[in-house]
Ligand binder design. Structure first.
Ligand SMILES: [Fe+2]
Length: 300
Protein backbone atom coordinates (compact mmCIF):
# COMPACT_ATOMS: atom_id res chain seq x y z
CA UNK A 1 0.00 0.00 0.00
CA UNK A 2 1.20 3.50 -0.75
CA UNK A 3 -0.36 6.88 -1.46
CA UNK A 4 0.64 6.44 -5.12
CA UNK A 5 -0.90 3.05 -5.70
CA UNK A 6 -3.65 3.10 -3.11
CA UNK A 7 -4.56 0.28 -0.79
CA UNK A 8 -4.88 -3.22 -2.16
CA UNK A 9 -8.58 -3.78 -1.74
CA UNK A 10 -11.14 -5.71 -3.73
CA UNK A 11 -13.28 -4.06 -6.33
CA UNK A 12 -16.32 -4.68 -4.13
CA UNK A 13 -14.68 -3.05 -1.12
CA UNK A 14 -13.55 -0.09 -3.21
CA UNK A 15 -17.10 0.40 -4.49
CA UNK A 16 -18.51 0.32 -0.95
CA UNK A 17 -16.10 2.99 0.18
CA UNK A 18 -16.54 5.19 -2.86
CA UNK A 19 -20.32 4.97 -2.73
CA UNK A 20 -20.22 6.22 0.86
CA UNK A 21 -18.11 9.20 -0.20
CA UNK A 22 -20.60 9.96 -2.98
CA UNK A 23 -23.54 9.69 -0.57
CA UNK A 24 -21.96 12.15 1.86
CA UNK A 25 -21.05 14.58 -0.90
CA UNK A 26 -24.56 14.33 -2.34
CA UNK A 27 -26.06 15.11 1.08
CA UNK A 28 -24.60 18.61 0.80
CA UNK A 29 -25.79 19.20 -2.76
CA UNK A 30 -28.66 21.41 -1.58
CA UNK A 31 -26.38 23.83 0.27
CA UNK A 32 -27.57 27.30 -0.66
CA UNK A 33 -24.26 29.12 -0.37
CA UNK A 34 -21.89 28.04 -3.18
CA UNK A 35 -18.88 28.80 -0.99
CA UNK A 36 -20.18 26.80 1.99
CA UNK A 37 -20.96 23.94 -0.37
CA UNK A 38 -17.42 24.03 -1.73
CA UNK A 39 -15.97 24.03 1.80
CA UNK A 40 -18.01 21.17 3.22
CA UNK A 41 -17.66 19.00 0.13
CA UNK A 42 -13.93 19.73 0.09
CA UNK A 43 -13.62 18.64 3.72
CA UNK A 44 -15.55 15.45 2.99
CA UNK A 45 -13.44 14.66 -0.08
CA UNK A 46 -10.11 15.15 1.68
CA UNK A 47 -11.18 13.58 4.98
CA UNK A 48 -12.40 10.40 3.31
CA UNK A 49 -9.30 10.29 1.12
CA UNK A 50 -7.18 10.43 4.30
CA UNK A 51 -9.22 7.75 6.08
CA UNK A 52 -9.01 5.42 3.10
CA UNK A 53 -5.39 6.14 2.29
CA UNK A 54 -4.05 5.32 5.78
CA UNK A 55 -6.71 2.59 6.35
CA UNK A 56 -7.57 4.16 9.70
CA UNK A 57 -8.39 1.62 12.41
CA UNK A 58 -11.38 2.09 14.68
CA UNK A 59 -9.04 2.40 17.66
CA UNK A 60 -7.10 5.15 15.89
CA UNK A 61 -10.37 6.90 15.06
CA UNK A 62 -11.31 6.80 18.76
CA UNK A 63 -7.91 8.18 19.75
CA UNK A 64 -8.36 10.98 17.22
CA UNK A 65 -11.71 11.88 18.73
CA UNK A 66 -10.19 11.80 22.22
CA UNK A 67 -7.37 14.07 21.05
CA UNK A 68 -9.71 16.68 19.55
CA UNK A 69 -11.90 16.49 22.66
CA UNK A 70 -8.86 17.26 24.82
CA UNK A 71 -7.92 20.18 22.54
CA UNK A 72 -11.39 21.58 23.14
CA UNK A 73 -11.41 20.99 26.88
CA UNK A 74 -8.16 22.88 27.53
CA UNK A 75 -9.22 25.83 25.38
CA UNK A 76 -10.64 28.93 27.08
CA UNK A 77 -10.31 32.73 26.78
CA UNK A 78 -6.63 32.60 27.72
CA UNK A 79 -5.55 29.28 26.19
CA UNK A 80 -6.24 28.60 22.52
CA UNK A 81 -5.17 25.02 21.83
CA UNK A 82 -6.87 24.92 18.41
CA UNK A 83 -4.63 27.74 17.17
CA UNK A 84 -1.61 25.86 18.53
CA UNK A 85 -2.76 22.76 16.69
CA UNK A 86 -3.25 24.70 13.47
CA UNK A 87 0.14 26.39 13.92
CA UNK A 88 2.06 23.18 14.61
CA UNK A 89 0.48 21.45 11.61
CA UNK A 90 1.53 24.34 9.38
CA UNK A 91 -2.12 25.06 8.59
CA UNK A 92 -1.87 28.62 9.90
CA UNK A 93 1.17 29.41 7.75
CA UNK A 94 -0.45 27.81 4.70
CA UNK A 95 -3.57 29.93 5.13
CA UNK A 96 -1.40 33.03 5.53
CA UNK A 97 0.56 32.15 2.39
CA UNK A 98 -2.65 31.73 0.39
CA UNK A 99 -4.10 35.02 1.61
CA UNK A 100 -1.00 37.22 1.50
CA UNK A 101 0.27 36.77 -2.01
CA UNK A 102 3.61 38.35 -2.71
CA UNK A 103 3.00 41.88 -3.97
CA UNK A 104 5.86 44.13 -5.09
CA UNK A 105 8.17 44.60 -2.11
CA UNK A 106 5.44 44.31 0.54
CA UNK A 107 6.68 42.90 3.86
CA UNK A 108 5.99 39.21 4.27
CA UNK A 109 3.36 38.01 6.73
CA UNK A 110 3.69 35.25 9.28
CA UNK A 111 1.61 33.57 11.97
CA UNK A 112 -0.64 35.57 14.27
CA UNK A 113 -0.17 33.17 17.17
CA UNK A 114 -2.42 32.79 20.19
CA UNK A 115 -1.17 35.69 22.36
CA UNK A 116 -2.51 38.86 20.74
CA UNK A 117 -4.77 40.89 23.03
CA UNK A 118 -7.17 43.61 21.90
CA UNK A 119 -6.89 47.01 23.56
CA UNK A 120 -3.22 46.85 24.47
CA UNK A 121 -2.11 50.20 25.92
CA UNK A 122 -1.13 53.03 23.61
CA UNK A 123 2.38 54.39 23.86
CA UNK A 124 3.85 57.50 22.29
CA UNK A 125 6.71 57.28 19.84
CA UNK A 126 9.78 56.43 21.90
CA UNK A 127 7.70 54.78 24.62
CA UNK A 128 8.41 51.37 26.14
CA UNK A 129 6.18 48.35 25.56
CA UNK A 130 7.90 46.27 28.25
CA UNK A 131 6.03 47.39 31.35
CA UNK A 132 6.86 44.84 34.04
CA UNK A 133 8.30 42.33 31.52
CA UNK A 134 11.91 41.43 32.27
CA UNK A 135 14.51 41.45 29.54
CA UNK A 136 17.34 43.30 27.87
CA UNK A 137 16.15 46.68 26.56
CA UNK A 138 15.86 46.80 22.77
CA UNK A 139 15.47 49.93 20.65
CA UNK A 140 13.25 49.26 17.63
CA UNK A 141 13.04 51.77 14.79
CA UNK A 142 11.78 51.84 11.24
CA UNK A 143 9.38 53.27 8.75
CA UNK A 144 6.03 52.31 7.28
CA UNK A 145 5.71 52.84 3.53
CA UNK A 146 3.44 51.68 0.75
CA UNK A 147 4.62 49.77 -2.28
CA UNK A 148 5.08 53.04 -4.17
CA UNK A 149 7.57 54.09 -1.50
CA UNK A 150 5.31 56.74 0.00
CA UNK A 151 5.40 57.10 3.79
CA UNK A 152 2.29 55.87 5.58
CA UNK A 153 1.52 58.37 8.33
CA UNK A 154 -0.65 57.32 11.26
CA UNK A 155 -0.28 53.57 10.67
CA UNK A 156 -1.41 51.66 13.74
CA UNK A 157 1.43 49.43 14.92
CA UNK A 158 0.59 46.71 17.44
CA UNK A 159 3.58 44.98 19.01
CA UNK A 160 3.71 42.09 21.46
CA UNK A 161 6.31 39.69 22.77
CA UNK A 162 7.24 37.23 25.50
CA UNK A 163 9.42 38.21 28.45
CA UNK A 164 12.93 36.85 28.93
CA UNK A 165 11.50 33.87 30.81
CA UNK A 166 9.56 32.90 27.70
CA UNK A 167 6.08 33.88 28.86
CA UNK A 168 3.51 36.33 27.51
CA UNK A 169 1.70 38.43 30.09
CA UNK A 170 -1.53 36.48 29.56
CA UNK A 171 0.25 33.31 30.69
CA UNK A 172 0.56 34.72 34.20
CA UNK A 173 -2.32 34.60 36.66
CA UNK A 174 -2.06 38.20 37.86
CA UNK A 175 -3.70 40.13 34.99
CA UNK A 176 -0.49 42.00 34.28
CA UNK A 177 -0.12 43.87 31.00
CA UNK A 178 3.48 43.53 29.82
CA UNK A 179 5.37 43.27 26.57
CA UNK A 180 2.57 44.69 24.48
CA UNK A 181 1.36 48.07 23.25
CA UNK A 182 0.30 49.99 20.20
CA UNK A 183 1.61 53.18 18.67
CA UNK A 184 1.23 55.19 15.47
CA UNK A 185 3.76 56.11 12.80
CA UNK A 186 4.55 59.83 12.50
CA UNK A 187 3.98 62.11 9.50
CA UNK A 188 7.07 60.71 7.79
CA UNK A 189 5.88 57.14 8.39
CA UNK A 190 8.60 56.64 11.00
CA UNK A 191 8.34 54.88 14.34
CA UNK A 192 10.61 53.99 17.21
CA UNK A 193 10.02 52.45 20.59
CA UNK A 194 11.65 50.46 23.36
CA UNK A 195 10.93 46.76 23.76
CA UNK A 196 13.01 43.87 25.07
CA UNK A 197 15.37 41.73 23.02
CA UNK A 198 13.35 38.66 21.98
CA UNK A 199 14.37 35.30 23.42
CA UNK A 200 13.28 31.78 22.43
CA UNK A 201 10.30 30.23 24.16
CA UNK A 202 8.29 27.02 23.91
CA UNK A 203 4.70 27.16 22.79
CA UNK A 204 2.49 25.89 25.62
CA UNK A 205 3.22 22.16 25.59
CA UNK A 206 1.46 20.89 28.70
CA UNK A 207 -1.65 19.97 26.71
CA UNK A 208 -2.63 17.68 23.84
CA UNK A 209 -0.58 19.59 21.24
CA UNK A 210 2.48 19.21 23.47
CA UNK A 211 1.81 15.47 23.70
CA UNK A 212 1.58 15.31 19.92
CA UNK A 213 4.94 17.07 19.58
CA UNK A 214 6.54 14.75 22.14
CA UNK A 215 5.14 11.62 20.49
CA UNK A 216 6.56 12.71 17.15
CA UNK A 217 9.96 13.82 18.41
CA UNK A 218 9.34 17.50 17.70
CA UNK A 219 10.40 20.46 19.79
CA UNK A 220 7.88 23.04 21.03
CA UNK A 221 10.46 25.84 20.76
CA UNK A 222 9.82 28.95 18.73
CA UNK A 223 12.60 31.04 17.27
CA UNK A 224 13.02 34.37 19.11
CA UNK A 225 10.66 36.99 17.69
CA UNK A 226 8.77 40.23 18.14
CA UNK A 227 5.18 40.34 16.85
CA UNK A 228 3.80 43.16 14.71
CA UNK A 229 0.37 43.92 13.33
CA UNK A 230 0.33 47.03 11.15
CA UNK A 231 -2.81 48.56 9.72
CA UNK A 232 -3.65 51.70 7.80
CA UNK A 233 -6.52 52.83 5.56
CA UNK A 234 -6.35 51.44 2.02
CA UNK A 235 -3.58 49.02 3.01
CA UNK A 236 -3.61 45.27 3.54
CA UNK A 237 -3.21 44.66 7.26
CA UNK A 238 0.16 43.08 7.92
CA UNK A 239 0.53 40.43 10.63
CA UNK A 240 4.14 39.45 11.01
CA UNK A 241 7.16 39.02 13.30
CA UNK A 242 10.79 39.92 13.15
CA UNK A 243 13.30 37.24 14.09
CA UNK A 244 16.78 37.45 15.58
CA UNK A 245 19.61 36.66 13.17
CA UNK A 246 21.89 34.00 14.61
CA UNK A 247 19.17 32.25 16.62
CA UNK A 248 19.82 28.52 16.24
CA UNK A 249 16.05 27.88 16.22
CA UNK A 250 15.47 29.74 12.95
CA UNK A 251 15.76 26.45 11.04
CA UNK A 252 13.27 24.53 13.19
CA UNK A 253 10.64 26.93 14.39
CA UNK A 254 7.78 24.84 15.80
CA UNK A 255 5.09 26.71 13.84
CA UNK A 256 6.97 27.17 10.52
CA UNK A 257 6.79 30.96 10.84
CA UNK A 258 10.31 32.00 9.81
CA UNK A 259 10.88 33.85 6.53
CA UNK A 260 14.38 34.93 5.53
CA UNK A 261 13.19 38.48 4.85
CA UNK A 262 11.98 38.78 8.46
CA UNK A 263 15.31 37.82 10.07
CA UNK A 264 16.89 41.01 11.38
CA UNK A 265 20.13 42.06 13.03
CA UNK A 266 19.54 42.78 16.69
CA UNK A 267 22.82 44.54 17.36
CA UNK A 268 24.02 44.21 20.93
CA UNK A 269 25.30 47.45 22.45
CA UNK A 270 27.99 47.33 25.13
CA UNK A 271 27.06 48.57 28.60
CA UNK A 272 27.23 52.31 28.77
CA UNK A 273 26.66 52.92 25.05
CA UNK A 274 24.56 56.09 24.77
CA UNK A 275 20.96 55.38 23.81
CA UNK A 276 19.27 57.05 20.79
CA UNK A 277 16.89 59.01 23.01
CA UNK A 278 19.25 59.66 25.90
CA UNK A 279 17.49 57.15 28.17
CA UNK A 280 19.62 56.12 31.12
CA UNK A 281 19.73 52.32 31.29
CA UNK A 282 21.84 52.30 34.40
CA UNK A 283 24.85 50.86 32.60
CA UNK A 284 23.10 47.77 31.30
CA UNK A 285 23.62 46.34 27.84
CA UNK A 286 20.94 46.93 25.23
CA UNK A 287 20.27 46.08 21.61
CA UNK A 288 18.86 47.85 18.58
CA UNK A 289 17.09 46.68 15.46
CA UNK A 290 15.72 48.35 12.34
CA UNK A 291 12.56 47.14 10.62
CA UNK A 292 11.24 48.99 7.59
CA UNK A 293 7.69 47.93 6.82
CA UNK A 294 6.08 47.98 3.39
CA UNK A 295 2.29 47.61 3.24
CA UNK A 296 0.56 46.16 0.20
CA UNK A 297 -2.58 47.95 -1.00
CA UNK A 298 -5.88 46.72 0.30
CA UNK A 299 -7.55 44.05 -1.80
CA UNK A 300 -4.50 42.53 -3.49
FE1 LIG B 1 5.08 34.75 19.84
Amino acid sequence: MSPETGPEISAEQREREESLVRAVLDSFDGTESPRLKQLVQGVVTHLHAFLRDVRLTEEEWRQGIDFLTAVGHITDERRQEFILLSDTLGASMQTIAINNEAYADATEATVFGPFFVEDAPRIDLGGDIAGPANGQPCWVEGTVRDTDGKPVAGARIEVWEADEDGFYDVQYDDDRVAGRAHLFSDDAGAFHFWAITPTPYPIPHDGPVGRMLEATGRSPMRASHLHFMVSAPESRTLVTHIFVRGDELLERDSVFGVKDSLVKDFVEQPAGTPTPDGRDLGGSTWSRVAFDIVLAPDGV
